[in-house]
Structure formats: C-alpha cells, structure tokens
Design a protein around this ligand. Structure first.
Ligand code: SAM
Ligand code: SF4
Length: 334
C-alpha cells in the first residue's frame, strides 16, 4: 500500500539521495569559490543506513531514486550503493546526476550496477566559458559524456542552467549537440538557493522566452500529453518537453520560477547527513541520522518517515521569499 502521501494528497514516489555535499567543481550558481566547509565523514549516512531508509520507503511506495550530491562520483563505491538499491532493495528506477568529470572512469561500473539513466550538467560547449562557470576542464566532461553514450546509457539528459549574459547565446548550439548525439536537453532556470544561487539570479532568464526563440531555428513539436511528462521515459519530473522534428531529441524546460510545478511534486530529498528535506525552497525537514544510530526499530522508523512526509509544504516560495534558503543546492542534493 502507498503510505507516503503528503497533506496535499501528493504521493511521494521519488527520492533525491545526496551521497556527498562535496564536489570537484565550483559552479558559480551552486557553490562559492574556495568553499570547503563540508559535512564531516562521521556524519555521512553509511551505505547500510541509506539502504535501510530507502528499503522502508520502498515498502511504503517509493519507486525511484536519483543519486546526487554535491558530485556523487567523488564518493567512493557509489556503484556498489546503486547495485544494492537496485538489486537488494528492488528500487524500480535508479538514476544519477553528475558533472561527468569522473564519468569516463566510472560509466562502465555504474551501468553494470544497474543505474538506468544519467543526468549530466553541461552549461556550455566552450572550454574558456566552462572554466569561468565551473573552474573545471571541459575536455574531461565531454570525455565522460561520450564514454557514457558508448556504454549505452539512454536517455542521457543534459542539464543546462540557462543564464542571461553567460550562456544564453549557446542554447541553440547545445540543442544541435544533443540532436547529434541523441541526448535530451533540459533547460533549468536559476533558483535562489544560498548566496550563490541568489547572485546567479541576476542572470535569470525566462525560459518561456527561450522556447519562443528556439522555434525560429528548430521545428519543435509538443509531446503527446501536451506538456508535462509523467512516465519513466523522461523521468516523471517537472520538465515540460518538446521534440525536435525528425529526431528523437527532446528539449525540456524546468521552470520553477516562471511556472512552478509544485502541485505535482512527488519527491523528497535525503541529504548526506541524514536529514530528509521536504522541499528545495523551504526549510521543512526531519533529521533521521540520530534515530538510525540509536537503533530505532523498523516500525518506528516507518512512523518517523510518515511524520516527515506530513511536514511537506504546499509549494516553494522562491519568488515571494528568495532570501529564505541559505543552503546551496549542493547541500540539499540537486
Ligand atoms: N554535481 C551534479 C551535477 O552538477 O549534475 C549533481 C548535483 S547538482 C547540485 C544538480 C543540479 O543542480 C545541476 O544540474 C545544477 O546545474 C543544478 N543547480 C545547482 N545550483 C543551482 C541553482 N542555483 N539554480 C538552478 N540549478 C542549480
Ligand atoms: Fe558541483 Fe554540481 Fe554544484 Fe556544479 S552544480 S558545483 S558540479 S554540485
């Protein structure tokens, strides 16, 4: 029976699981340059603890887990965790969000472990610009992306944070790149998460306008259900998709600011320190780590999880209260 239902009747089927708050890049909209104040390893949930929480949530209706961070591939043996969640717990769909810097070395093991789908962050195809945005090297990332393609991951979704005056002149080129490789492109609006996200909001770009501009260069066809996909093919997430005519490439628009999608929100987030967050844009949370380490029995842990879901707020308030979230995206698990 599905028991993870929030006070607004939304079934919680999807967990964003952050396995680390660390990262080998410093995307300016996400993490401050030089930032080093990370969670202590002793506070990280162990794989056993994660497996236990996910297992109980799975008993109560959880269907999908996205492994994320920070950069998930900086945590050792993430493929092992994926294997355990997929094969021991039985989670139907395991996906992973990554910046792809370490993907060329890990794509094979992740595929073998049962990771179904990858979301890869890529904001630009220009090496200098990539360095300016992330402090990292584009060639390593492209190498990782092409290795993942060769390993047979499908669909591969490229997540591009669209920013005025930063990369808004490259959106068409990025779509061409995705058409060439058979990837899906997802455009994301900047969100005011932490000071970094708020500063990036100066570059906020309304994706409704981008969509109109793209139709001048591409023949874009609405997907069959008209707008929001809810199936596993595209991820059951908040993106609204169009297809590039004559190709299998889709472009999705994730518009938390210009057109929020809270009424269909089906997810919660577990941070690396074992705090369950109910919403990216709100503070409502439920700390689980101490309960786990005090040896809470399964039935009580299930009650705690139900109580946590009971805290889920109706919607974010990014527009009304942009100052309210002090956590960077990498702390909650993007
Ligand atoms: N490191 C991995 C990556 O970059 O894909 C996974 C974690 S990252 C926090 C997840 C997603 O959050 C990325 O697609 C990133 O672009 C996005 N993100 C981070 N900060 C953001 C912000 N302030 N506004 C919008 N998206 C943001
Ligand atoms: Fe790292 Fe991802 Fe944040 Fe960039 S968006 S700093 S890659 S966690």
């Amino acid at each position: 029976m599905h028991t993870l239902v929030d006070p607004f009747g939304r079934k919680i089927e999807y967990l964003r699981l952050s396995v680390t708050d660390r990262c080998d890049l410093r995307c300016f909209y996400c993490m401050p340059e030089g930032f080093n104040d990370f969670e202590e390893p002793a506070h990280w949930l162990t794989f056993d603890e994660i497996e236990r929480v996910v297992g109980l949530m799975h008993d109560m209706g959880l269907k999908r887990v996205r492994i994320t961070g920070g950069e998930p591939l900086v945590r050792k043996d993430v493929d092992d965790l994926a294997r355990r969640l997929k094969h021991d717990v039985g989670v139907q769909d395991i996906s992973l969000s990554t910046n792809a810097t370490r993907l060329s070395k890990q794509a094979h093991a992740l595929r073998q472990a049962g990771v179904d789908r990858l979301n890869i962050s890529l904001d630009t195809l220009r090496p200098e610009r990539f360095k300016d945005i992330t402090q990292g090297r584009l060639d390593k990332v492209l190498d990782g992306i092409l290795t993942a393609k060769a390993e047979g991951f499908t669909p591969i979704k490229i997540n591009m944070v669209a920013m005025k005056g930063v990369n808004d002149d490259e959106i068409g080129d990025m779509l061409e790149f995705c058409v060439e490789h058979g990837f899906t492109l997802r455009m994301i609006e900047t969100m005011p998460m932490g000071d970094t996200g708020r500063n990036a909001s100066d570059h906020y770009l309304d994706l409704q306008t981008v969509k109109k501009q793209l139709t001048q260069r591409f023949d874009l066809i609405p997907t069959i259900d008209g707008s929001v996909d809810s199936g596993l093919i595209y991820g059951g997430g908040p993106a609204r998709y169009l297809r590039v005519a004559g190709t299998n490439t889709h472009i999705g628009f994730i518009t938390p600011i210009s057109q929020h999608f809270c009424e269909t929100c089906n997810r919660v987030r577990l941070s690396v320190d074992g705090t369950l967050y109910m919403c990216l844009g709100q503070e409502h949370n439920y700390p689980l780590r101490d309960l786990l380490r005090r040896g809470i029995p399964d039935d009580e842990l299930k009650e705690a999880l139900i109580a946590a879901i009971g805290l889920k707020p109706e919607r974010h308030e990014f527009s009304e209260k942009p100052e309210q979230i002090v956590r960077f995206m990498s702390m909650t698990g993007g």
